[in-house]
Design a binder for this molecule. Structure first.
Ligand code: ZN
Length: 236
């Protein structure tokens, strides 16, 4: 004989009811708890998302606030990310193939793109900035219009390059470079290879026009490096 059969039917029903009510209550509480946790977690991730957005805009602002004489701070590329392009010239490994490809395509049209410089260590930038400053008898403010202070050069990222026309070496690092076939070709096609002119005429950073100086924005990391520069409204 089943044990439950000993209990009168009414009580049996009651106890089943009680169990059901209790378990419903329990389940309800469980769902409520789950609901609260999910809401909390969602909120938390939303908040952390908001926070990271704030952080990124902060870091752009911070970098812009840390600008020096129109130049933004840049970190030195790590050695493992650099690759030798030609004797004495290192570039970030992400731009190596792209520049080669661009050089090859230009050569098809008889245009000679010559890589004049790429990565520069902060120490080398220090020499370039201060030695030329002394030679030219310039103040730091005057010098900063032509060159970035150490720690503030796009070249230290490995993503910036100076380009010359191999057939017109006299125009290397001169504004006259803009009249060469190399510059004209780059102006038309460089964006296909993700290179952009960093300091066009009347640029927002107030840096002297440098038709030879291009930066690479073809990876997320590179873009991130130049995010602050791309978001400058006006420095001067
Ligand atoms: Zn340059």
């Amino acid at each position: 004989m089943n044990y439950q059969d000993d209990i009168p039917l009414a009580r049996r029903i009651k106890s089943i009811k009680t169990i059901t009510t209790k378990s419903f209550l329990r389940m309800g509480l469980l769902f409520l708890g789950l609901g609260i946790s999910v809401t909390f977690l969602a909120n938390k991730s939303f908040l952390s998302q908001r926070k990271s957005l704030d952080d990124s805009s902060n870091s752009i602002e911070t970098r812009q606030n840390k600008s020096l004489l129109g130049h933004l701070p840049y970190k030195e590329a790590s050695k493992k990310d650099l690759i030798l392009f030609s004797p004495g010239i290192y570039v970030h490994k992400d731009i190596y193939e792209k520049f080669k490809e661009m050089q090859f395509m230009a050569a098809q049209r008889g245009v000679s793109l010559q890589l004049l410089s790429g990565y520069r260590s902060i120490n080398l930038q220090r020499d370039i900035f201060y030695e030329n400053k002394s030679i030219r008898n310039q103040t730091a403010v005057e010098r900063s219009r032509d060159s970035a202070p150490p720690g503030y050069s796009e070249h230290s990222t490995g993503y910036a390059i100076d380009v010359g026309d191999g057939n017109y070496p006299d125009t290397h690092f001169e504004v006259e470079f803009e009249q060469t076939p190399a510059f004209k070709w780059m102006k038309r096609f460089a964006s296909k290879y993700h290179f952009v002119l960093s300091f066009p005429p009347n640029n927002k950073q107030g840096v002297t026009y440098e038709p030879w100086h291009w930066r690479f924005e073809g990876t997320v990391n590179a873009l991130r490096e130049f995010d602050a520069a791309n978001k400058i409204i006006k420095f001067k």
